[in-house]
Design a protein around this ligand. Structure first.
Ligand code: ADP
Ligand code: MG
Length: 745
């Protein structure tokens, strides 16, 4: 712009210059402008060529914003200097020292090659000295670590032979010989950011790049938090927050910085959470406005259906059903989470919803995370269909990748023709080329494995303009703090009541050598005419080994109990064989079912009362809880034996949690504490967690609520954020794709 006005201009030339300037400036008016600059590849920076960009990219630094939000992991307090004499081994320290000696020392490396180690002996007034060492990069340091120079040194002190030394310390020249060190020190005595080490990127380079990005781009960080919130919490401006986190002022509270609770951190975390929560609020509001399909749910069949079930609904089930029925009746899509512990009866509720959908002339789909679960669901639903006679007549089909091709093709055809009311399958159901005649209800089981991002894909995957109702069922109770964000766009129904007559499963942890005890319990269970599960963990890398362990165990058990029938189920069996084995177990023809973790969830045999989990230390807490939920489903009490053969502190913590409670919510909390939210929900790559740059849904739980309140308020006052285009654009730029917000506002 400046260039365009360097010459004095007249008339048309002037008009043109103004027009050009406007064109250049125009994009800056958009809230997405800063985001778009933040999105620039690092090659736009000085000193970053394709090669360096590639190295940085491999370490996750691709864009300007990646640099800006690559926050320090540590802060060195260089205001507190120590004497070399008092350096402590194992501590990080900052001190000033004069360079006494420098040298390159050749040393044979492991690979047999020689390398030159750059060494320096430095000392201070106390007369003490310490060694500094660099395995690489010595050449570049020669100008800095030079005999006679005084340095400010920061690093971890370690012992080598009889001396203290620092490997790859940070060094800054304070001054060259003869000048006043104290005076020169002023500018260096501060709190300095220490970044996570990145392979292939020298720390100095990284620091320089971040400083440059800060200098050039930080001021573009607009900040979107509502002004009153900023004021109320006394937060710095967004740009100042970035600077405050990377280059803290001399009077910074270093403890607050280290614990990420400085005002700068709070601002950055809140900013990020606010945009996410605003996205969720927008999504929720826009979903509620979308055209949906109204399913009356008051036809004679639907009204009679609860009475046709083989049991009376619990109070919780009735409440949930009422809520769902009300949602179905609205001409907008339902987005509801049905949360209930294992065995709380979610399937029955989903079944009623499917009945109502079919009676209104529409189709329903139930998606499970695994084929085995889909098969199990299909069996359960089929028995409900058949048990209810005329009332519960549904045309049901199972569609998984194990269904033979011609049969699958026939099912797809019937789905497209509207000749199937309820189809059960894995979530591949929505991804493959499946066409529904009139899908109106999508039921997603065990949603904790999917998450909000997947659901966005699901809703947009239908061909009809009208969005189907979505009912999400989860057996793993999600702690509230996470649920608010993961399911921030869902309404919630909770089944907080188990069907009558259930007694808590008795749980015991056994160790190596307790084999005879396990055999005893198995015998006693079988003698009572009850059935047993024995489960082996499946670890993908070694499927064969696991399979061998499971089949050896099956043989051992079969040999020990000649009178009992033992079956083996594992993921390598084809679907028909698996289904046949499960069916035999359900009919009570086999007494003991040995399996890899395939029966993890969903299997429902009320006569099975003993669950033996081998190598329990290798299962996650949620999995163990699910497995335990497989027994004690009838009126007879269940027992769960967790056989641990090793494992560390974490697995012990899991086992202890299981001994202490059977309450799914408390287990979920414990799980979250033990593993942290990323692990708790699965890995980020699977998109279960929104990938946040700075905020942490667990650590920053308190701020999640603050951000959420603020976001809900903003969207309530200004639906679609029409009057806040800057905020709206920023939300779209950041979360638009992943939350399918394209049509918002
Ligand atoms: P979830 O899917 O929540 O784990 P299910 O729907 O599979 O639970 O139900 C678990 C078991 O409880 C099934 O055997 C089911 O038939 C039974 N059940 C469900 N609701 C009731 C009820 N209200 N009374 C008695 N048994 C029930
Ligand atoms: Mg179930």
């Amino acid at each position: 712009v400046r260039k365009g006005f360097e010459e004095p201009l007249e008339g048309d030339a002037r008009r043109k210059a103004v027009a050009d300037a406007l064109e250049l400036l125009e994009p800056m008016a958009s809230g997405a402008f800063a985001e778009s600059l933040f999105d620039c590849p690092l090659t736009v920076m000085h000193g970053v060529g394709p090669k360096r960009a590639e190295t940085l990219g491999k370490r996750g630094l691709r864009r300007i914003s990646d640099l800006l939000f690559h926050l320090p992991v540590r802060y060195d307090d260089r205001r507190a200097l120590v004497d070399i004499e008092h350096l402590e081994v194992g501590r990080r320290a900052t001190f000033t020292a004069r360079v006494l000696l420098v040298d390159f020392v050749p040393q044979r490396s492991r690979g047999g090659r020689f390398r030159r180690i750059f060494q320096a002996v430095v000392g201070d007034d106390s007369g003490a000295t310490v060694n500094l060492k660099w395995f690489y990069g010595g050449e570049a340091l020669q100008g800095v670590v030079k005999k006679g120079n005084t340095l400010l040194v920061t690093g971890d002190v370690r012992r080598y032979r009889f001396q203290k030394e620092l490997m790859h310390p940070d060094v800054d020249v304070i001054d060259v010989e003869g000048r006043d060190v104290d005076h020169a020190l002023q500018g260096l005595e501060r709190v300095v950011a220490d970044y996570p080490a990145l392979e292939g990127v020298p720390p100095r380079t990284l620091r320089r790049l971040i400083a440059a990005a800060l200098e050039e781009y930080a001021d573009l960080a607009a900040g979107h938090l509502p002004a009153p919130l900023v004021k109320q919490r006394g937060l710095p401006a967004a740009a100042d927050a970035l600077r405050g986190a990377h280059a803290p002022p001399p009077d910074a509270d270093v403890e607050a910085l280290r614990e990420r609770r400085s005002p700068a951190h709070e601002r950055l975390v809140l900013e990020e959470l606010f945009l996410l929560e605003a996205g969720l609020a927008l999504r929720r509001a826009s979903l509620a406005r979308q055209p949906g399909i109204a399913i009356a749910g008051d036809g004679p069949g639907t009204r009679a259906a609860p009475g046709a079930l083989p049991f009376t609904l619990t109070g919780a089930q009735r409440r949930a059903w009422d809520e769902i029925r009300a949602d179905l009746a609205r001409p907008h899509p339902m987005n509801r989470l049905l949360q209930g512990d294992v065995g709380s009866g979610k399937t029955a509720v989903a079944f009623l919803a499917a009945i109502a959908t079919a009676e209104s002339g529409h189709q329903a789909a139930l998606m499970a995370p695994t084929e085995l679960l889909a098969e199990q669901h299909a069996r359960t639903l089929r028995s409900l269909v058949e048990g209810g006679g005329e009332t519960t007549r549904l045309r049901l089909a199972l569609l998984t990748s194990s269904v033979p091709k011609p049969e699958a093709a026939a099912i797809r055809e019937r789905l497209a023709a509207g000749a199937i009311d309820l189809v059960v399958g894995t979530h591949a159901l929505v991804q493959r080329d499946v066409r529904f005649a009139n899908l109106a209800l999508a039921i997603v089981d065990e949603q904790h494995r999917f998450g909000v991002m997947q659901r966005a894909a699901l809703a947009s995957g239908t061909r009809d303009q009208r969005v189907p109702d979505v009912l999400v069922m989860t057996a793993t109770p999600i702690p509230r703090t996470l649920a608010l964000t993961l399911y921030g766009d869902l309404d919630l129904s909770v089944l907080d009541e188990l069907p009558p007559g259930r007694t808590p499963v008795e749980t015991d942890v056994l160790r190596r050598g307790d084999g005879p005890r396990v055999m005893e319990v198995v015998r006693a269970t079988a003698d009572r005419g009850e059935q047993v599960y024995v489960v082996y963990p499946l670890v993908e890398e070694s499927e064969k080994t696991d399979l061998r362990a499971a089949s050896e165990s099956a043989h051992r058990i079969a040999a020990a109990f000649a009178d009992l029938k033992v079956d083996l189920v594992h993921g390598r069996l084809d679907a028909a064989a698996r289904a046949e084995a499960m069916a035999r177990f359900e009919r009570g023809e086999t007494h003991i079912l040995v399996s890899t973790s395939v029966i993890e969830v969903g299997v429902d045999v009320s006569n099975a009362t003993l669950m033996v989990v081998e190598n329990a230390e290798r299962f996650g807490l949620a999995q163990l809880h699910q497995l335990r939920g497989r027994v004690g489903r009838g009126t007879r009490p269940g027992t769960c034996l967790l056989v641990a053969r090793g494992g560390g502190e974490e697995s012990e913590a899991r086992l202890t949690a299981l001994l202490e409670t059977t309450d799914g919510f408390r287990i979920a909390d414990a799980d979250l504490q033990i593993r942290g939210p990323g692990e708790f929900l699965g890995t980020r790559q699977h998109g279960k967690l929104p990938d946040l740059r700075i905020a942490d849904l667990l650590r920053d739980a308190r701020l999640v609520s603050v951000a959420r309140e603020a976001a809900l308020d903003a969207v309530r006052r200004d639906p679609g954020l029409r009057n806040q285009p800057t905020l709206r654009d920023a939300v779209r730029a950041r979360w638009g794709d992943r939350l399918a917000l394209a049509d918002v506002g």
